[in-house]
Design a protein around this ligand. Structure first.
Ligand code: 5GP
Length: 199
């Protein structure tokens, strides 16, 4: 379970996309959210867009692995697709905030690898948020204010990357993924493999 968190506008979505493109054994966990759909977002691909009663029902039924309120909207990770992927030996990428990361660590500490992306500078962050022009001025102001809190969460993560250049950051996250896959606890066939040399 590879968790990627960052304050809004630090480049996380682009990096997530880059990781998924190059790695057939990695799949994205598609969250449910009560946030209104932005222009260009597709239901079932970027998020499952649902209303609040439906969201609360999913919590009630235990269908969410974690959930949190972020920037005034509800977000959550559906449990079933994650279970299915992990059982099939695939890795899952989570684009979730620090609250969700905390909950995942609480329920599956040994399986979670977490990476925190930091934006290079406040001015750059503001420029990125304004450039993408998907949010209203109010939204952007709220997100910038929230960033001040969010950045303090970095020590809770296994890895921290300052996203100066997307290509470099992408290569760095990929290195984390490759290295973490080589941990012997994550290579279930190793005992049988080595037994062959003793036979
Ligand atoms: P956005 O509205 O920009 O798509 O996402 C806002 C924030 O919510 C981002 O930091 C994103 O990582 C986080 N987020 C998205 N999906 C989930 C989720 O399922 N759970 C949690 N805890 N956070 C999420």
């Amino acid at each position: 379970m590879l968790v990627l968190s960052s304050p809004s506008g630090a480049g996380k979505t682009t990096i997530a996309r880059g990781l998924l493109e190059k790695d057939p054994n990695l799949e994205l966990s598609i969250s449910v959210t009560t946030r209104p759909r932005r222009q260009g977002e597709r239901d079932g691909i970027d998020y499952h867009f649902i209303d609040e009663p439906h969201f609360l029902e999913m919590i009630e039924r235990g269908e969410l692995l974690e959930h949190a309120r972020v920037y005034g909207n509800l977000y959550g990770t559906p449990r079933e697709p994650v279970d299915t992927a992990l059982k099939a030996g695939r890795d899952v990428l989570f684009d979730i905030d620090w609250q969700g990361a905390q909950q995942l660590r609480g329920s599956a500490q040994a399986d979670v690898v977490s990476v925190f992306l930091l934006p290079p500078a406040v001015a750059e962050l503001r420029r990125r948020l304004e450039d993408r022009a998907r949010d209203t001025a109010d939204d952007i102001a709220r997100r910038l204010a929230q960033v001040a809190d969010d950045v303090t969460r970095w020590p809770e993560y296994d890895y921290v990357i300052i996203n100066e250049a997307l290509d470099t950051s992408l290569a760095q996250v990929r290195s984390v993924l490759v290295a973490e896959r080589l941990r012997w606890r994550r290579q279930p066939g190793l005992f049988q493999f080595v037994e062959r040399f003793r036979g």
